[in-house]
Design a protein around this ligand. Structure first.
Ligand code: SAM
Length: 636
């Protein structure tokens, strides 16, 4: 047969796959593969159809054939990794990523997939290959380290029996003499040092370990005992306490000892300073920023100490300067907006250190049409889009969006000046110059004249007095056919820890608020009801003060079901385009539940699915929707 015919048949099979007619597609691909056994593409396409049809073992065989013919065929290798992962052969899957990253260390797609795969893995034994891949990813500039913190923490624990069990943290008090040796031994693990310095570690076990170590170290300095341990190891541990804003259980006795120690010690040495920094912000240990700057300039042998001074002194000073120059677009008069603003002025959210750069910049048109083929885009500027990030917090999301869309012009607003200052500083260090920040209340944006191609509001509307009022105002700022990416809390997911949610009493000062959150959190940690507590401890927000406040002690929170969201979309004339945070395993499960009736745009089906799998949207529903001009007209 002529190659034209094979091409036509291949296109036909591709269309069948898009329409869910996998078995018919497989028959065609098999025929093509038989006639063209040396074409890697054909084997890859056949494998895609096989996997979609629920035949992952057969798919793996076909992917392997494709790779044998072309070992550098990245798409087939990534596909193979997914199929292997689906079959529970995680180490084999991770090997594929390692192979690809050896060839192209900064390939965004491979990095992202490796990250997603590792991020969704749970380890209960050491894995050399996962460790190698993690170390490689931690060397990349384009990866958000926080997403690797959980698998890395698990590997650190399973690699080191000194962290848990008989010889572990619980017995530290008895082994004070060998404390220095214990710390230096454990900190030989580069994974541990990396997560201490660059992430908020979402692990109860590691939290218990560093908290016990801290208690022991405190008694060492209070009793002027000798400690033999590399100094910078202590600073690495101190960084973790500062990253998490001292959310860990801390006894009154420890705090008292710490205060007394600092009162009576006129010029603490570097060991004493490092241990003090495990209990207090640097500015509370010594309010003179010159002192810290001098230390940083003079000492070059303790990189963790220098990092901490840079973050907690230099960066804060530059944020204070930035804060005075942030443009203000609207007044903030609404009662709830004021209270919410206050919360985020004290606890800007989220605290972050590294960012996923979102892959190579592409035009909005390219990205969006790849994701939603056939989307109506009349009226949108797909080449130079105007984008609004409403409620940008500390800017992680805004910076990532500005980097993702080529030639975009992004405006990011928030109530909180502290959050905005953090965001602006981070954007400046990344030279992200298509992004401006301003202080504004969404509720007051209704009169603005500019119109946006895309508006993103993630984790914001559900903190307003009436989220629908805010949502509708944002919708009014869209161009016809404008797009929205919205993130809202799920009632079903959050039900499991509803009993722990509580408002912080009004009359508490800053210190009392910290104690309140710590106390409540400790109670959760110590309660083993087998339901809410293990779940909460999987969520990274549980491990920092600002995260925990956002998660459990918010000024204002509304939750939604998918059926309620469906009603709002209908009422507003918005069409649902799909979830933005639906992982591949979730998609496969969804298809399994509804078989040939499965429709990823059907929110009734998703609601049924979520009832069966209540962890699906544990962080939030993140979805895309589009304003439909004619429908909007009907509802007006
Ligand atoms: C949970 S944080 C989310 C931040 C960011 N969207 C993210 O996902 O990282 C919520 C943010 O919404 C902001 N926010 C809440 N209500 C707002 C309003 N009415 N106008 C503007 N921003 C608001 C808060 O100040 C806070 O920074």
């Amino acid at each position: 047969m002529a190659s034209q015919t094979w091409l036509r048949l291949s296109q036909e099979a591709g269309t069948l796959v898009s329409n869910g007619r996998f078995h018919e597609a497989i028959m065609i691909y098999r025929k093509i593969a038989k006639a063209n056994p040396r074409s890697p593409d054909v084997h890859n396409n056949l494998a895609v159809a096989l996997r979609a049809a629920g035949l992952p073992e057969d798919a793996v065989r076909s992917y392997r054939r494709a790779i044998k013919l072309d070992p550098n065929y990245a798409i087939a290798r990534r596909n193979l990794a997914r199929a292997l992962w689906q079959l529970g052969k995680s180490d084999l899957a991770l090997e594929q990523y390692l192979f690809l990253l050896r060839k192209a260390p900064e390939d965004c797609e491979t990095l992202q997939e490796a990250l997603n795969t590792l991020g969704s893995m749970a380890f209960n034994k050491p894995s050399a290959i996962a460790r190698r891949l993690l170390l490689r990813l931690f060397n990349s500039k384009n990866v958000d380290y926080q997403q690797l913190a959980s698998p890395a923490a698990q590997l650190v624990i399973y690699n080191n029996e000194l962290l848990v069990g008989r010889k572990g943290a619980e017995n530290l008090a008895l082994e004070k003499s060998s404390l220095g040796h214990l710390i230096s031994k454990i900190m030989l693990d580069p994974l541990f040092v990396t997560i201490l310095v660059w992430t908020i570690i979402p692990s109860k076990q590691l939290e218990r370990w560093i908290t016990s170590v801290r208690r022991c170290l405190l008694s060492v300095i209070v009793e002027s005992e000798r400690l033999v341990c590399p100094l910078d190891n202590l600073w690495a541990i101190a960084i973790q306490f500062q990253n998490t804003e001292f959310v860990q259980p801390t006894s009154d006795e420890e705090l008292l000892l710490m205060d007394r120690f600092l009162e009576k010690t006129e010029s603490p040495n570097l060991v004493q300073l490092a241990i003090s920094a495990m209990y207090k912000p640097l500015t509370e240990i010594n309010p003179n920023s010159e002192f810290w700057m001098k230390l940083r300039t003079e000492d070059h042998s303790n990189p963790c100490m220098r990092t901490l001074i840079e973050r907690e002194i230099i960066d804060r000073l530059s944020e204070n300067k930035i804060k005075t120059n942030i443009p203000q677009l609207t007044l903030i008069e609404d009662d709830t907006s004021r209270k919410v603003k206050e919360q985020y002025e004290v606890n800007p959210y989220p605290k972050w250190f590294t960012i996923d750069n979102g892959g190579l910049a592409e035009t909005l048109g390219n990205r969006i049409l790849k994701q939603f083929p056939g989307l109506e885009t009349t009226g949108l500027d797909l080449e130079r889009p105007e984008i609004l990030i409403a409620g940008c917090g500390t800017g992680r999301h805004a910076i990532s969006t500005a980097g993702r869309y080529w030639n975009s012009n992004v405006l990011a607003i928030d109530l909180s000046r502290s959050s905005l200052a953090f965001a602006i500083r981070q954007a400046q260090t990344r030279n992200q110059d298509n992004l401006r920040f301003a202080q504004a209340d969404i509720l007051k944006l209704g009169d603005r004249k500019e119109r946006f191609d895309l508006i993103e509001a993630s984790g914001v509307l559900h903190h307003m007095e009436d989220p629908l009022v805010g949502w509708h105002i944002l919708q009014g700022l869209l161009k016809p056919n404008g797009l929205m990416r919205i993130g809202l809390y799920s009632k079903i997911a959050r039900k499991r820890w509803e009993k722990w949610r509580e408002a912080i009493p009004n009359n508490l000062d800053r210190d009392q608020t910290i104690r309140f959150i710590r106390g409540r959190r400790e109670k959760i940690i110590n309660t083993h009801d087998g339901r809410s507590e293990p779940l909460l401890s999987k969520i990274v927000d549980f491990y920092s003060m600002s995260g925990c406040r956002d998660l459990l002690f918010h000024e204002r929170e509304t939750q939604f079901t998918l059926l309620e969201i469906k009603e709002v979309l209908k009422q507003f004339g918005l069409s649902f385009l799909g979830f933005a945070n639906c992982s591949e395993p979730t998609s496969l499960e969804f298809k399994k539940q509804f078989l040939d009736q499965a429709n990823p745009l059907n929110l009734d089906q998703w609601n049924d699915f979520e009832i069966c799998q209540p962890d699906t949207f544990i962080t939030m529903y993140q979805f895309w929707c589009q304003s439909q001009p004619e429908k909007l007209f009907e509802t007006q």
